[in-house]
Design a protein around this ligand. Structure first.
Ligand SMILES: [Zn+2]
Length: 54
């Protein structure tokens, strides 16, 4: 499975998270999104997925 890159606001850096460690959580408007936890600081990260990643 491919990694998904998230942006951690606390580290101010992009983090790659394995897809199996993310939680898919579609938005109310139907757009696919995912949540993950930063591997370095533990901050929750959120991303709207592109069609390719969803
Ligand atoms: Zn972080």
């Amino acid at each position: 499975m491919a990694d998904i890159s998230f942006y951690c606001v606390k580290c101010r850096a992009k983090k790659s998270v394995p897809a199996e460690k993310t939680t898919k959580k579609p938005l109310k408007n139907g757009r696919p999104a995912a949540q993950a936890t930063c591997p370095d600081c533990g901050t929750g990260m959120f991303k709207i997925l592109s069609a390719k990643e969803a």
